[in-house]
Design a binder for this molecule. Structure first.
Ligand SMILES: Nc1nc2c(ncn2[C@@H]2O[C@H](COP(=O)(O)OP(=O)(O)OP(=O)(O)O)[C@@H](O)[C@H]2O)c(=O)[nH]1
Ligand SMILES: [Mg+2]
Length: 372
């Protein structure tokens, strides 16, 4: 059994990032023509966000994925106005976009306890409808997770992204010496001594032409969009091609904080490659002649840290975990301070700002390179 579940995990990955559901409001109750009685309204279907819920849990718990509001009570001699049918409340994760069948966004659930009405119950039968009740709304809706992980692994096939996830977390993605071993995102949790966790998404390899949908192309890039920070994994000098691919797809992606990991430091010649890479990062224009004109990144991406590692010997792994944590904590503090500032503005207090937004990467002339 354990073996079987492991096979399923391997094949399908552990992430459910979207779910399609059938929702229907309850039908209204029958009216009572003889006494002019009105049937009860059908129950509505609501999505309510809760922190502890995941899409995977919904999928496992409700394999039928059908959610229907209660039927309104018929009008009777004892109760001329029939009782309303019960509302159905489905608990969904925080950070969800809900779209209908034709792709129109119905709403977003961004904070614990947010509620969204997705299917209204039908009206009870009454004088106006010749005492015939109406049916509830019927819809297929789609739930999409807005953010799949704190950190997304970006790198060419075979760079060692899945190997890295295996050594920093308990996840066990498939590892093999051929391209495109990973076809779906796999999420691993990195644990820290203070019990804080950060989530890291192992993504399919990125190849040249991904912005034109080559390889896993757009599927890959969509996942990258839904992570807070990027961790580039290279085993040579290929980072600039990847930067260019992201840039060609959506320039905004490069405004995410990024770190660089140089993997396979156990292999012969790795130290020499690392030194060259450092020079390239410090003076990218000196190396631009090595790339075709259309593959030279226009944005000078400044990595917050550059960490040499080996997933085989374990060297540099603890450093990397520290850097990831620091980088996420830094941004979390920035967001909290910004929110705090906004709230004070709301009540008419204007604090002197203690932080300035980071200048855009394109505007930075010197890369903020720090080798650890
Ligand atoms: N020598 C050495 N080999 C490594 C290291 N890390 C990974 N590898 C090997 O590199 C190969 C590819 O590793 P994966 O982790 O599957 O690479 P990936 O980036 O996930 O590849 P895709 O899923 O195809 O994109 C495997 O044969 C690994 O054993 C390392 O630090 N040193
Ligand atoms: Mg992989």
């Amino acid at each position: 059994m354990v073996h079987l579940s492991r096979i399923c995990y391997r094949k399908y990955g552990n992430l459910v990032d979207n779910l399609r559901l059938y929702v229907r409001g309850g039908s209204g109750g029958m009216g009572l023509p003889r006494l002019g009685g009105q049937g009860g309204k059908g129950g509505d279907v609501w999505m309510v966000s809760k922190k502890e819920v995941t899409l995977k849990r919904i999928k496992d718990k409700y394999p039928h994925k059908r959610f229907i509001g209660g039927v309104g009570a018929n009008s009777s001699v004892q109760a001329l106005k029939g009782e309303k049918g019960g509302d159905y409340e489905l608990h969904v994760p925080v950070g969800i976009t809900v779209t209908n069948d034709i792709g129109r966004v119905m709403g977003e659930l961004n904070a614990e306890g947010d509620r969204l009405l997705v299917a209204k119950g039908g009206q009870g039968g009454s004088f106006h409808s010749a005492f015939t009740p109406s049916k509830g709304q019927t819809k297929h809706i789609r739930l999409d997770l807005k953010l799949i992980a704190d950190v997304g692994l970006v790198g060419f096939p075979n760079a060692g992204k899945s190997s890295l996830l295996t050594v920093i977390s308990h996840a066990s993605p498939q590892i093999a010496n051929y391209a495109f071993t990973t076809l779906r995102p796999e999420i691993g949790k990195v644990m820290y001594e203070d019990h804080k966790q950060i989530s890291v998404a192992d993504l399919p390899g990125l190849i040249e032409g991904a912005h034109l949908n080559k390889g896993m192309g757009h599927k890959f890039l969509k996942h990258v969009e839904r992570t807070k920070q990027l961790l580039f994994v290279v085993s040579g000098y290929e980072y600039s091609n990847q930067v260019r691919e992201l840039e060609l797809y959506k320039e905004d992606l490069l405004s995410k904080p990024a770190l660089l990991v140089v993997n396979k430091m156990d292999l012969p010649g790795a130290q020499h490659r690392l030194e060259e890479l450092q020079q390239q990062l410090q003076n990218p224009e000196e190396f631009s002649h090595l790339l075709p004109e259309d593959m030279i990144p226009r944005t000078n991406l400044a990595f917050r840290d550059v960490v040499p590692i080996s997933t085989v010997t374990g060297s540099g792994i603890d450093q990397l975990k520290r850097c990831l944590r620091q980088s996420l904590d830094k941004d979390a503090a920035r967001v909290t301070e910004a929110l705090h500032g906004d709230r004070l503005h709301g009540v008419g207090i204007f604090p002197v700002p203690k932080w300035r937004p980071e200048p855009s990467r394109a505007a930075q002339s010197e890369p903020d390179l720090q080798l650890v």
